[in-house]
Structure formats: C-alpha cells, structure tokens
Write a protein that binds this ligand. Structure first.
Ligand code: ADP
Length: 591
C-alpha cells in the first residue's frame, strides 16, 4: 500500500467533508429559501388580490365592466402584477394585459377552479394569453356568501427565477469563500497536529539509527507530549541498558584477551560462538570473520577438529596434547568443558588451549643436557678409570708408564674439575636469574675489565697473544660483579684459545644508545656463519677436537649468555672464518 503523510491522508477527507456539508447546507438553504420566497410571493399576491378585490368590488356590483377593466390596468401598473377578474361563469370581466372580450372562458383554469371552491388557488403554469410561465394566485369574491367572481393576480415565473438565481449565486459565492476559509483553517489545524508528529517520527528514526543520546521535543499537545516523554524515557533506559551490556561485553573481552590461554567456544553444530585473540593466533583465524562459522570451515587442523568433535560427542574426552602442523613445532594442551544453557542442558563445548611449547622445549633441553653432561663426564671418567686399571695391572712398576698415566689422570681430573665448576657456575647464574631482583650493584666497568685481564694474563703470555684494552673509567653499570667478571674472562679466554701466536685481542667498552657494549675481538680462526645461531647453547662446539685440546668444556659461551640475561642484557657475535671473531655483551646503561 502506498504510504502518504498524515496531512495528505486527512486533509483531502476533511476537505471533502467540508465541501459536502457546505453543498448540502447550500442545497437545503436554497430549497428552504425558494419555499419561503414562493410562500412570501403567494402571500403578497394574495394580499394584492385582496386590495384589488376591495377596489374592484363596487364596480363589479354596479356592473361597470369598462371601468373595471381600466381599474385593472391601473392597479397592474402600480403593483407590477397582471390582474384578471373572472365572473362566476368563467367570463373574463377585466384584464390588465388583454382585451376581455377576446379572451376565452377561464372557468377551467385550475387556480380559478380552486377559487370557485372558496379557497385561494395557487398555480404555476404556462399562460396561453401571455405565452410565458406564470404564477397565479386567485381569490374568490363573495357577495352574501356567494361567489360572484374571482380576482386573479399573476407574475411571470421568470421574475421569481431571477430573484432565486441571484440568491443561488450569492449562496455559491458565500459557500466558496467559506470553503476556502475552512480549507485554510483545517490545513493550519492539521499542520499543527502533524508537525509535532513529524518531529516525533524524526526523533524515533534517530533512536532507531542508534543515536540514543538525542531527545525528542515535548510539544504543548497533552497526548503527544505524553508520547514524546515516554519515548525519551524509553531511549534513556535503552541507552543505559546498552551501555551496561557494552561495558559487560568490554569487560568480558578484556578478560578474554588478557588471558594467556586460548578460549574457543562452539555450539552443538560446531559453530564458533566465542574466540579470543590467543586462540585465534593458535588456530591462525580471524576473530571477526570466524564468529558464527563452523570450525571445520575455518581450520583444517585434523587434531583440533578431531578433539572438538570427540569433546562434543563424548563427555569423557576432556584433555589432549595437540601438536600444531608446520615447521614451528608448537604444542598445545587442549582442555574441554561442556557449555550449558540456563536449564543445564549441554549446548556446546568450551575448549581452553595452553601453549606448552616452552615446556616441551625445556623438557627436551633438560633431556639433551643430561645426555650431554653424561657424555662429557664419561670421557674423563673412562680415561681416569682406564689409567688406574692400567697402573694397577702393572704399569705402576714402570716409572715412565706410571708417570704418563698419572699425568693423564691429572689432566682428566682437571677437565672433570673445570666441567663441574662450569656446571655449578651455570646453575648458580640460572638460579640467580630466576630469583627476582638479583643483587645488581652499581660499579665501574673498567674495574671488572682489569680483573678479567689479570685473570687471563698468564694464559696470554703462554699463548703469546697480545691483549689491548680501552675503557672509559667513568662508565658504570648495575652488575653482579663475580659472574660478569667470569663472563668477560670466558670471552677473553676463548679469544686467546682460538687465536694464533703473535696476534692481538682487543677488549673495548663503548656506549651505543642505551647500551654499554663490552666487545672482545680476536684475529683468530673465526667461525662459519651456520654455527653462529647455536653458538651460545650449552655444549655446542664448532670443532669438538680443538675445543677439547685447548681445555674447553663447551659451557663458556652459555655462561656468558646467562650472565648477560641476568643483567637484563644480551649477547651478539660477528665472525668470519680465517679473519677472527667479535663477541659482545650488551648491558643496559645506568642512568
Ligand atoms: P669451549 O669451552 O669449548 O670454548 P665455549 O662455549 O666457550 O666452549 O665455546 C663454544 C665454541 O665456540 C667453542 O668450542 C669454539 O668452537 C667456538 N668459539 C668460542 N669462542 C671462539 C673464538 N673466539 N674464536 C673461534 N671460535 C670460538
């Protein structure tokens, strides 16, 4: 159905009603007016007939018909009315407009017939004499209770019509003016009614568009004012409710997004109801795109789909370890709980994902570490037990042999000792790092460098390696002095170990942005690029044989890295085989 505004719906109707009312009133008025006018005219004609009767009666009685005829003409002139006198037999005795002698009998004229009956005869009909529509009023003339004649007055109907026409014209003009005024008035009234309604409508449209802070104007009309006040109250309450819901949703989203666990809620059809950022990252999904979609449409990870499917259909399945496909080697612990509606009926499932990749890595590091330590320990222990057995088997009797085996025992004991010392240092640094707020004391870097250089002095002399150092004595860092000294010593020790005789090792401390960089650069063997990423792992060696020959344990750089991390710093390395290496410890600058 075509929609129209209230104004155009009501206005034509009210105009039509006004028009019809005016038309009916005009028609009724015209009819009443016509009746009134005709009655009035009849009465006037009757009164004139009565006057004429008085004037003509003496002439009638004296049979002076010529004078009577003349008198008729005179009366007609002054009264503007045709006057006819007819005797009891219907002969015309006098007529104001024609010669009575030439006129036919009027005994059968209807108005005359009525007057013969003693009544006033009133008729409107065509006059053969005047050849026009005439209105006749005839009265009986009585003499001694006997009708002796009839006096008839007549006026042309056209005269009546003219009067009525002018009356109708006036009614039409008046009606048209009233119609225009009424139309204007009703349009003003309707506008005053529909304007506030339009404002209400505009306000409601704004509410519907989500602008619940706007308010509707309150007009003076009581009903509309009540309506707009109610709508304003409704908008206020709705606004408050929406704000509460939004706040609750934001709180929930904040909680969900700040959780370290991934949360995925699915309905019974496996459609995603809720997904937090962590879960979206785990499953490589887009949060807004995934909501409402079936999980199997969004991800193809078989282990996840299988777990969700089993959790949905089997209440016993609640936990599973999931390995993500791909090269990233990610592991998740997935735990499922039933999602229930307000009646306690199961309507889906909530899956919580825990990233256990780090845990898995730690486990494997620990396993590798134990294997590595056992392996590292086995070599010197085998050598020592082998030497002792050989000595006991008789080598002891030969002084050269016993010396050789005892030296071997001493060398391997020394190696065992260093290994255990390094392991202990590593464990100590690790436990210190884990403790919050490990004691870092502000101290001069140059002091630590000097101590490390002193510790390496003897070795550099034996290996014939020169050491140069430069350090601003004013540079200070927050440090755990013992471990830091050990870390720098390890780097200088390595630089000496893997350098050629006569070469130089440069120890330098510089400022770089917010960091203090301690670098140890040598001109030694250098390291191939493929080894660099793993260099700081425990027991990682580039050349195992050479490392063992020079008394390395494979733990030196791991200690350096742990010390740097314990100081909220980091390590870096540059190296080119054959040219030398540059190891750096970056420490945060003391402000
Ligand atoms: P190690 O006790 O065997 O020296 P580290 O952890 O100190 O163990 O070093 C790991 C490995 O890195 C060493 O085995 C060695 O191959 C290599 N390396 C360390 N420092 C240097 C260096 N300055 N020049 C060349 N290679 C080095």
């Amino acid at each position: 159905m075509k929609r129209r505004s209230l104004f155009w719906k009501v206005y034509p109707l009210s105009f039509f009603v006004i028009f019809i009312s005016l038309l009916l009133a005009a028609l009724y008025g015209a009819r009443e007016m016509r009746t009134l006018y005709i009655d009035q005219l009849t009465n006037t004609l009757e009164a004139r007939a009565r006057i004429a009767e008085r004037l003509l009666k003496p002439l009638l009685n004296s049979n002076e018909f010529t004078r009577l005829n003349l008198e008729c003409r005179r009366i007609s002139e002054v009264s503007n009315t045709r006057i006819t006198v007819v005797d009891a037999q219907g002969f015309v005795l006098g007529d104001s407009h024609d010669d009575p002698a030439s006129m036919e009998s009027h005994a059968t004229r209807p108005e005359v017939v009525i007057a013969y009956g003693g009544e006033v005869g009133v008729r409107t009909r065509y006059s053969n004499t005047l050849q026009a529509n005439m209105m006749y009023v005839a009265i009986p003339v009585k003499e001694n209770r006997e009708i002796v004649a009839v006096v008839r007055m007549a006026v042309p109907v056209s005269a009546v019509g003219n009067v009525l026409n002018s009356f109708y014209r006036n009614i039409t003009i008046g009606g048209a003016i009233i119609l225009v005024l009424a139309a204007l008035a009703s349009s003003v009234v309707l506008k005053r009614l529909s304007d506030p309604l339009r404002e209400l409508r505009d306000g409601a449209v704004q509410f519907a568009a989500g602008d619940l802070d706007s308010r509707l104007p309150v007009p003076a009309t009581e009903e509309i004012a009540d309506l707009s006040e109610s709508m304003n109250r409704m908008a206020e309450q709705l606004n408050a409710r929406i704000k509460t819901v939004a706040q609750q949703r934001n709180e929930r989203e904040a909680i969900l997004s700040s959780m370290s666990e991934g949360i995925l809620a699915l309905d019974a059809d496996e459609k995603i109801v809720l997904l937090n950022r962590v879960a979206a990252d785990f499953l490589d999904l887009d949060i807004s795109e995934s909501r409402g979609k079936a999980l199997y449409e969004m991800t193809r990870i078989p282990s996840v789909l299988d777990f969700v499917d089993r959790a949905l259909h089997n209440p016993d399945v609640t936990e599973m370890e999931i390995k993500m496909p791909g090269t990233s080697e990610k592991y998740f612990q997935a735990r499922a709980a039933a999602l229930k509606d307000s009646f306690g009926k199961k309507v889906g499932v909530v899956v919580v994902f825990n990233d256990i990749t780090r845990l898995k890595k730690l486990e494997s590091i620990r396993r590798d570490f134990v294997a590595n330590v056992s392996h590292e320990l086995r070599t010197p222990i085998t050598a020592i037990t082998g030497s002792v057995e050989t000595l006991l088997d008789g080598a002891m009797d030969n002084s050269d042999d016993s010396r050789r085996f005892l030296e071997m025992i001493a060398r391997h004991s020394d190696r065992l000792n260093r290994l255990i010392e390094d392991l202990l240092s590593l464990a100590k640094i690790e436990s210190e790092t884990e403790q919050t707020g490990a004691d870092l004391i502000c101290g001069q870097v140059s002091d630590v460098i000097q101590s490390s250089l002193l510790a390496c002095q003897e070795k550099s002399r034996i290996h014939e390696v020169n050491i140069s150092s430069s350090c601003d004595p004013n540079l200070e860092v927050h440090m755990n002095r013992g471990p830091l000294e050990q870390a720098i010593t390890n780097l200088i020790d390595n630089a000496i170990k893997y350098s050629n005789r006569g070469s130089t090792v440069d120890v330098e401390v510089t400022l770089s942005g917010d960091e203090i960089v301690i670098s140890v650069q040598d001109q030694g063997t250098g390291i191939a690029a493929e080894h660099l990423p793993r260099l700081f792992e425990r027991f990682y060696r580039v050349d195992t044989g050479r490392s063992r020959d020079v008394g390395g344990t494979g733990l030196g750089l791991a200690i350096v890295k742990h010390v740097a991390v314990a100081h909220q710093g980091r390590v870096s390395v540059d190296s080119s085989p054959g040219k030398g290496s540059s190891f750096r410890i970056h420490l945060p600058r003391t402000q």
